[in-house]
Each structure stands twice: as structure tokens, then as C-alpha cells.
Design a protein around this ligand. Structure first.
Ligand code: NG1
Ligand code: ZN
Length: 558
């Protein structure tokens, strides 16, 4: 209780009045139902101002609940079309928002009136035991979407309702992973994680990359498709630091051209179409054999690589699975070279989702690298990866990173190397832990990770690709009247509802050589996704078609 109850009551009334004013300025549109999904709130930007205002309130409550720890807010819709936008919260460790709080975000976003918003807010304060007298600290950023500035205004209106008790830092236009980095670095009071600024990120990443490349540079040129998004800015900045050791050629950097973002380019385009972006194809950037290209997505938290087959000239995709396999094998070798013994031995493991190509899983398990399969969504992968000393996680679509446990880092720092080889391996493992964004998947740092591993192995893209051949596969979006009738289990590899459908899918799989298929409702779009893989493209297509038909039939029956 406050020593001055009258003053506290007055302050509370002022706060609620300020919230009411903001809520009136940013009213919730009628007939819209919001859900804080795997990627936060994401929809047409015109529907989002009220959500931004309310998300600001929740961010402040979370920071106050955590005694002033810094919370991040990122305004982006990643690979979605330009008219969309979105917002997600970042927890103090740089990870995604605690899932329990996702429901509070949804509740606030859906309050139909100012009165109901005030009442839900007040209930949350009590229920979550938030002391409004605590300080709060927020950092926020946005991608390059034209709707960003107006949405940021709505967000700031929410912070301002709390007056001087909230410290806010606008990181400006930057990538999602850089914002996650800034949040983690701000909360690391030891200062060892790095300076909590965009420049701090660039310095830390560049220094680690230089240590790893050493005298192996300059590397071969790399073509980078920035999806006409914010990754172009980050790439320009990092190139200032490392451009002399890796000649980087940015492509699709038109961040201010209306309609260009994610259009006919970017990681999602390449992964879905299994083809080069037309801009890369027509300019012939990759025509010189062995030339590597990569594509970021709109907020630069995903990356996929590719090259053209050296004799056939065909498109070869090196997706998240290929990155995970190469990186995990490489770290396995490096850990062996470090010669850490007994309790200090480090265990490298990989975390995938059901969308990982079956060949990648088989390749890893046959080489004794443990693989965990979890539900779709970065938070699931991230948490499972934390259970390894060195946990490599990637979604097939190119979102992923590598986590070093605090104990593993301590072991490496304290190690007494027994030979120059083991000393080098330990030095390199520590440099990789600095290069890799430990908070979240990051296209820029993952790109430099891939480049450093290729340089250490002395590999071209074709050597990397040679490990295993992807099983032909097909991913289909099915629009159904109500996707909530589809309920999955077992890391989303099986359906429990509608009852009987899984048995039909099992029968269809059994008819196809190496057949594997599963169905799950999307967490980011109003659709159900059907994945199928098989020994040949024709069989993968047939299996996908059969399962799509089954999904449509059961949807009509219910
Ligand atoms: P949904 O819409 O739940 O399938 C998609 C991706 C996820 C993840 C999230 C977040 C596929 C099949 N799904 O999720 O991997 O990246 O978006 O952006 O790629
Ligand atoms: Zn993204």
C-alpha cells in the first residue's frame, strides 16, 4: 500500500483517464476478432491501430510486473504482403512473449469498448499482481512498411498514458532479430552480451566474423536478395564492417518502392516456389558456376540459400534443414576437436518440426546427432534447443539459430586446452557463440554463420548440398470454413480431430513409397496446411492431393 493513499488513488484515476482518452482515439473496429498467434497479431494494417495502443498497455504491465526489466515491441508482418502489418512482444531474455501472456494480449485487443478495455486492464493489474508504481522500460522498432509510422504513433500513445514511469527507446527502422538483440543486451546488466544498440550489434557480429575468417578471406562473392525489406538496411551496415573480407552484392533493396516488399522475391517466395526470384534469374547473378545466393524475408529473421547446379544449371535450394545439418555436423566436429573430457563434454543436438524434410532427419540420426521434433512455432523450437549444450534449431523455411547453454559457454571459457588444435577449436566455438544471435533466428547472422562454416570446411555450395538429397515434397494451403475442427497431436504429426481422418491419412501414406503426410491448422493464416513427401515428385503430389481431398470431405461433413 502506498504511504499516501489519496495521492495513489489520484494517480490511478489519472492513468485510467489517459487510457480512456487513448482508447477513444484508437477505437476497436467492429466485427474483427484478434488472436495473438505464433507471430503475435498480424492482419491488414488498417485494422491494427487499436491493437497497437492496447499492446503498449500490456508491454508496460509486463515490464512493471518484472520490476522494470526491458520488454521489446516489434511492428512487422514479416513475409506477408505490404498492406499487412503486425506486432509482437519480446521478453527480457530476447525470447518470444511468455505464452501465458498471449491470452492477456488477445483479451485486451478484443475489448469492444473503452469501458470494457478499462475494466479488463484493471482486472489484469489485480490478477497479475502488477505494482503500477514500479518503473517500466520498453524498446521498440518497426520494419519498412508504409503503415509503420502511424502504428508506432498508436503504440506511443499507449506508453504515454503511463506518464514518466515508463522509459521508452525507439530503435527506429530495423530487423526483428536486431530488436531482439537490443532487448537481450539491455537486460544483460553484466554488459558482456554487447552494447544495446544497432551499432553494438554490428560491432559484435563483425568482430566475431573477422575472428572466424582470419586469413581465410577474402571469400567468394555472395548475392543477397533482401526482399525489398529492412534486411537491406542491416546488410548495408554490416557490409561497412566486413565488406573487405566478403564481397556482398545486395539485390532487391527497394525499401521505399510501393508494393515491392516481398513481391516476387524473398525467402518465402523462394522456398514456396522452389525457384529463383525472377530478378535474380534475369540478371544472371548466379550464372558463374559455384556462385551462391541467399534470400531474406521481409523482416530479416529467415534465410534460405541456393545456387545453380554446376553442370545442369538447375535451381538447387539450401533451406533451413540444409543449414541445420551442415551447422550441427560442423559443431559436432569442432566439439570433438576441442577435446573436452568427462562432465565437460558438450552435446550437440538439432530441433526440427514436422516440416523438416525426412532425408535431413535420417541423415542426422544415422550420424548419431540427436534430433527432437516439436510443434511449429519458434518458441517451441527455442525451448527444446535450450535442453542441449549446443542446440541447433531451424524450420525448413529458414528461421532458426544455434543456442549455447550458459554452462557450455562457461565450460569453454574455463577450458585448459591440451594442444594448439584444441585451443583453436575452443576459440572458434566461442567466436561462433558471439556471431550467432542467441535470441532468435537472424538472416544476417545466419548468413555469416553459413559463410564462416563454408570457409572453415573449404566448401563450395555443391559440397554442402552433397550430404543428402531432399525427398520430393508438396505443401498445400486448404481453405476450410472452420480450421479449429482440426486438432493435431504428437508434435503436430497426427490428427486427433476430426475423428477417423488420421486413419484415412495413414492408409493413403501406406500406398506411397517413403510416403509421409500430415495436416495441421495454420497459426498465422486462416487455413489448414497439408504436407506430403514421397520417393518421387509425382507420388508426393498424388499423396498431397489425396490428403487435401480427405480434409475437404471431412470439413464438409462436420
Ligand atoms: P503457420 O502459419 O502456423 O504454418 C508459419 C510457418 C512457421 C512459422 C510461422 C511464424 C510453415 C509451414 N509455417 O506458421 O514455420 O515460421 O509461420 O512466422 O512454414
Ligand atoms: Zn520474418
Amino acid at each position: 500500500m502506498s504511504a499516501e493513499p489519496g495521492k495513489a488513488a489520484h494517480e490511478h484515476a489519472v492513468l485510467l483517464n489517459a487510457i480512456a482518452d487513448g482508447a477513444n482515439e484508437y477505437p476497436k473496429p467492429e466485427h474483427v476478432n484478434y488472436t495473438y498467434g505464433t507471430a503475435g497479431f498480424r492482419t491488414l494494417a488498417t485494422k491494427l491501430p487499436s491493437v497497437l495502443f492496447r499492446v503498449a498497455l500490456l508491454a508496460v504491465l509486463r515490464s512493471k510486473r518484472l520490476e522494470g526489466a526491458t520488454i521489446g515491441v516489434m511492428v512487422t508482418a514479416s513475409h506477408n504482403p505490404e498492406p499487412d502489418n503486425g506486432v509482437k512482444l519480446v521478453d527480457p531474455s530476447g525470447e518470444m512473449l511468455d505464452p501465458n501472456w498471449e491470452n492477456h494480449a488477445t483479451a485486451l485487443a478484443n475489448c469492444p469498448t473503452t469501458e470494457s478495455l478499462i475494466s479488463t486492464f484493471t482486472t489484469l493489474v489485480t490478477h497479475l499482481r502488477v505494482d503500477l508504481h514500479q518503473p517500466a522500460s520498453i524498446v521498440y522498432a518497426r520494419d519498412t512498411r508504409p503503415s509503420g509510422p502511424d502504428l508506432i504513433q498508436a503504440l506511443e500513445a499507449g506508453f504515454k498514458a503511463f506518464g514518466a514511469s515508463v522509459k521508452i527507446v525507439d530503435v527506429g527502422v530495423t530487423t526483428t532479430p536486431i530488436l531482439h538483440y537490443v532487448v537481450k543486451a539491455t537486460n544483460d546488466k553484466s554488459g558482456s552480451y554487447g552494447k544495446p544498440t544497432v551499432e553494438g550489434y554490428m560491432e559484435k557480429t563483425a568482430t566475431a566474423f573477422k575472428t572466424l575468417i582470419g586469413s581465410k578471406g577474402p571469400l567468394a562473392p555472395l548475392y543477397v536478395d533482401c526482399a525489398n525489406g529492412v534486411g537491406a538496411n542491416a546488410l548495408t551496415e554490416i557490409t561497412k564492417h566486413i565488406g573487405d573480407i566478403i564481397p556482398i552484392h545486395p539485390i532487391n533493396t527497394a525499401t521505399t518502392t510501393p508494393g515491392a516488399l516481398n513481391s516476387q522475391c524473398g525467402a518465402d517466395f523462394v522456398k514456396t516456389k522452389q525457384a529463383l526470384p525472377p530478378s535474380v534469374q534475369s540478371a544472371g547473378y548466379l550464372s558463374k558456376p559455384g556462385t551462391r545466393g541467399c534470400s531474406y524475408d521481409g523482416d530479416a529473421d529467415r534465410i534460405v540459400y541456393y545456387y545453380l547446379h554446376e553442370t545442369k544449371g538447375t535451381f538447387r535450394l539450401l533451406d533451413g534443414d540444409k543449414i541445420a545439418v551442415m551447422v550441427a555436423m560442423f559443431f559436432g566436429d569442432l566439439v570433438a576437436k576441442a577435446k573436452l573430457e568427462g562432465d565437460n563434454k558438450l552435446k550437440v543436438g538439432v530441433v526440427q518440426t514436422a516440416y523438416a524434410n525426412g532425408s535431413s532427419t535420417k541423415y542426422l540420426t544415422s550420424r548419431n546427432i540427436p534430433v527432437t521434433c516439436v510443434s511449429t512455432g519458434v518458441k517451441h523450437l527455442h525451448h527444446a534447443a535450450q535442453r542441449y549444450d549446443i542446440g541447433v534449431y531451424f524450420e525448413a523455411n529458414g528461421h532458426g539459430t544455434v543456442l549455447f547453454s550458459p554452462q557450455a559457454l562457461q565450460t569453454l571459457r574455463d577450458a585448459q586446452p591440451t594442444s594448439p588444435d584444441s585451443a583453436n577449436a575452443i576459440k572458434h566455438l566461442l567466436a561462433f557463440s558471439d556471431l550467432i544471435n542467441q535470441a532468435v533466428g537472424d538472416a544476417v547472422s545466419d548468413m555469416l554463420l553459413v559463410e564462416a562454416v563454408l570457409a572453415h570446411k573449404g566448401w563450395r555450395a555443391s559440397d554442402w548440398d552433397a550430404g543428402y538429397e531432399d525427398l520430393p515434397n508438396r505443401l498445400v494451403k486448404v481453405e476450410v470454413p472452420d480450421r479449429s475442427i482440426f486438432v493435431a497431436t504428437d508434435a503436430e504429426r497426427k490428427l486427433v480431430h476430426p475423428v477417423g481422418l488420421q486413419a484415412e491419412i495413414d492408409k493413403a501414406m501406406a500406398k506411397v513409397e517413403m510416403g509421409r503426410s500430415f495436416v495441421r491448422p495454420s497459426g498465422t493464416e486462416d487455413c489448414v496446411r497439408v504436407y506430403a513427401e514421397a520417393n518421387s515428385q509425382v507420388e508426393a503430389e498424388t499423396l498431397a492431393k489425396t490428403v487435401v481431398d480427405l480434409v475437404e470431405q471431412s470439413s464438409q461433413m462436420s
